[in-house]
Design a binder for this molecule. Structure first.
Ligand code: HEM
Length: 266
């Protein structure tokens, strides 16, 4: 007999045959039951309410969770073209570049759903030269690589915190290393760089103060894909600190890009 699922909020490592994404935060939310532990069939409303557990503002949650439920079009093979729909709703054309869902992928109530592995669909948000994942051309680009996670944990200068500068230096080192190893197989331009610097900004703002994050929090998120509540983390949005909004995220992401000081040759 299979054991009952732990209550929502309680951490449990991913069950066998569950699906996961390349995003440590989304995987952590699934490991706590805020997204289905199976990683399957979650709706936009499930994703938005799970993201509220990370302390994101309602607008930022809507921006991050809505477009991904549009239909997937691989921009490399078939650019989105739905003239009739886009005349009715021009946003559907703009945001369709972020769609990750299969046509006809709905739950039994007819609501669009996604699986966590679809978050990695080619040409949308997933990119080469991650901090802790392999590139698509190297093999498994979904699961964290223990060696890369150890490299990440080793960047702390004082053994207590990982700072924006530490993360920016690691990002630059990873770009230079992979570009010199596999220049012909890598896709990493200004778009991918913007996304990866925003991922760093998200970690700094969700788990830290925008400038640094306790090392033990990073260990929980990347080694176990677990929210670091045991280590003392509380989500933003309490009486003393507001939720994370788009403006703050944009400003920290810009600072990360400035500190990395890398420009795509395009
Ligand atoms: C609170 C919000 C979030 C945080 C803190 C976060 C954090 C991160 C981090 C740190 C990475 C990079 C992992 C690495 O380089 O090894 C990442 C990757 C990724 N995230 Fe998230 N994320 C968040 C929300 C989201 C959302 C809402 C989505 C999409 C619906 C998403 C999709 C992705 C994808 C596709 C990747 C893979 C990029 C790659 O190829 O490395 N993330 N995330």
């Amino acid at each position: 007999m299979s054991s009952p699922s732990p209550p929502k909020g309680e951490y449990s490592p991913r069950p066998p045959s569950s699906l996961r994404s390349p995003c440590p935060l989304l995987n952590s939310l699934a490991n706590h039951g805020y997204l289905p532990r199976s990683g399957r069939d979650f709706t936009q409303s499930d994703l938005s309410s799970a993201l509220s557990q990370a302390g994101l503002s309602p607008i930022l949650r809507a921006i991050l969770s809505s477009p991904v439920f549009l239909e997937y079009h691989n921009s490399k093979s078939s650019p989105p073209s739905k003239p009739k729909k886009s005349l009715l709703n021009p946003w559907s054309l703009l945001f369709s570049f972020f769609g990750m869902r299969d046509p006809n992928q709905f739950n039994s109530s007819g609501v669009p759903v996604l699986n966590l592995d679809q978050i990695a669909r080619e040409g949308i948000a997933e990119h080469d030269i991650s901090l802790t994942r392999l590139d698509r051309s190297q093999g498994d680009f979904l699961a964290a690589q223990p060696g890369l996670v150890q490299e990440l944990l080793a960047i702390s200068n004082d053994g207590k915190y990982i700072t924006l500068e530490d993360l920016a230096a690691l990002r630059k080192r990873r770009i230079e290393k992979r570009m010199s190893e596999d220049p012909d197989k890598i896709t990493y331009g200004s778009r991918e760089h913007r996304i990866s610097c925003t991922e760093i900004a998200l970690v700094l703002c969700v788990f830290g103060d925008g400038k640094r994050v306790p090392l033990e929090y990073i260990r929980a998120i990347f080694e176990e894909e677990r929210l670091p509540t045991k280590e003392g983390w509380e989500k933003r949005g309490g009486w003393w600190w507001g939720t994370l909004g788009l403006k703050e995220l944009g400003s920290v992401s810009k600072t990360v890009r400035e500190v990395v000081e890398w420009k795509a040759v395009e």
